[in-house]
Ligand binder design. Structure first.
Ligand code: NAD
Ligand code: MG
Length: 386
């Protein structure tokens, strides 16, 4: 029996990896909808290849272009933010949430409300509105499967029937491209240097987050949302080879880990076939060739984003949404060369200090806080020097 799938953010790194796996097991999957932000040519090309019923472009002004690009295919075209959210509610049995940033929040909520299976890559949504998302999943009976490699590893090792037997979660971090750079060199780091990740090929935003270690900060909050463990029981360890994707320690001292080549198709395949397994073309792990695995503590001085994320998680309320929104603006400004690399964390810290609204109780309230934090961050860009 084939499983119907919708991919939100189909033109991105995770979206394309998902479609690669879907195409390799074409008899097991049927594509319902594909969405993208502005890349009409990329979306149309994917739609022609994977034959969804519906293709949606986020920018409403591009509907004519998308229709023209799909002429003669019989694939329905739609455009605009609302159309993306509607595609998320298209009733597919399995939805990949791979939009980057809080732009993915409403679509993810719509998919969760549908009560089917949601594979979640879009960590920013979970950071900003985690409690509301978990509530929505519980209310509809939706299954939320983590795609982020660390959380997928924890999901595979975590005994959900006995959470009290877990003592600690250990999140591994590659350390990013600047792991051993002196701070003065980091100050002058360029977008090209930040985006060149040593182990993983990913979208620009998450690549910069990996360089600042804000990615691991967001993942700390993500882990706390997804698994019933206290923030103090989540440890971060730098493991430059990215072979062990994360670990779970039990009260008896046993530590379970998930290992694999650093290829997102491994965790994506786990969610795509779950609870079954499927083959992937990924490189198999050759332990003898790897030889030795290394671990080190993260440096809190050169990577202050980790401290900001820990403080944010402890403060709770609106703070995680502010951290995330300020970081999205800071990263975009850095990529546009309007902000220095070390200024990213400084800007986020400054926005967190200036702005303290009450805890949001609805998605609209989260998006209001998100919008205000973006305005504060944008106004401060240019005035920050680390
Ligand atoms: P990407 O930049 O390569 O792709 C992002 C996708 O989202 C694209 O399809 C784009 O068209 C769409 N998009 C962007 N802005 C949008 C908007 N405003 N409205 C609608 N659609 C929009 O990003 P990626 O690397 O694939 O990452 C996607 C998500 O997965 C992120 O949240 C990231 O943190 C997470 N993630 C990625 C990886 C990875 O290896 N790439 C690993 C773990 C988690
Ligand atoms: Mg990750």
């Amino acid at each position: 029996m084939s499983r119907s799938v919708t991919i939100l953010g189909a033109t991105g790194s995770v979206g394309r990896s998902t479609l690669d796996l879907v195409a390799r097991a074409a008899d097991r999957f049927e594509v319902v909808a594909l969405t993208a932000h502005r890349d009409v040519a990329g979306l149309a090309e994917l739609a022609r290849r994977h034959r969804p019923k519906l293709a949606v472009i986020g920018d409403a002004g591009l509907l004519g272009e998308l229709r023209a690009a799909l002429a003669g295919t019989g694939i329905e075209a739609a455009a605009g933010e609302g159309a993306i959210a509607d595609a998320a509610a298209s009733g597919a049995e399995w939805t990949m949430a791979a939009i980057v940033g809080t732009a993915g929040l409403k679509p993810v909520m719509r998919a969760l409300e549908g009560g089917r299976t949601v594979a979640l890559a879009n960590k920013e949504a979970l950071v900003s509105a985690g409690a509301l998302m978990i509530q929505a999943a519980a209310a509809s009976g939706a299954t939320l499967l983590p795609v982020d490699s660390e959380h997928n590893a924890i999901f595979q090792c975590f005994d959900r029937a006995r959470p009290e037997s877990v003592r600690r979660i250990i999140l591994t971090a590659s350390g990013g491209p600047f792991r051993d750079w002196p701070i003065e060199q980091m100050r002058a780091a360029t977008p090209d240097q930040a985006v060149a990740h040593p182990n993983w090929s990913m979208g620009a935003k998450i690549s910069v987050d990996s360089a600042t270690l804000m990615n691991k900060g967001l993942e700390l909050i993500e882990a706390h949302r997804l698994f019933p463990v206290g923030a103090e029981a989540i440890e971060i360890v730098v493991h430059p080879q990215s072979v062990i994707h994360s670990l779970v320690e039990y009260v008896d001292g046993s530590v379970l880990a998930q290992l694999g080549a650093p290829d997102m198709r491994v965790p994506i395949a786990h969610t795509l076939a779950w609870p079954e397994r499927m083959e992937t073309p990924c490189q198999r792990l050759d332990l003898v060739a790897i030889g030795a695995l290394a671990f080190e503590a993260p440096d809190p001085v050169r990577f202050p984003a980790l401290r900001l994320a820990r403080e944010t998680l402890a403060a709770g309320g609106a703070k995680p949404a502010i951290l995330n929104a300020a970081n999205e603006i800071a990263v975009a400004s850095f990529l546009e060369r309007r902000l220095g690399f070390l200024d990213i964390a400084s800007l986020v810290g400054e926005v967190l200090a200036r702005f303290d609204p009450p805890a949001p109780t609805s998605i609209d309230a989260v998006l209001e806080i998100d919008g205000e934090a973006r305005r504060v961050a944008a106004a401060l860009t240019g005035k920050i020097h680390a």
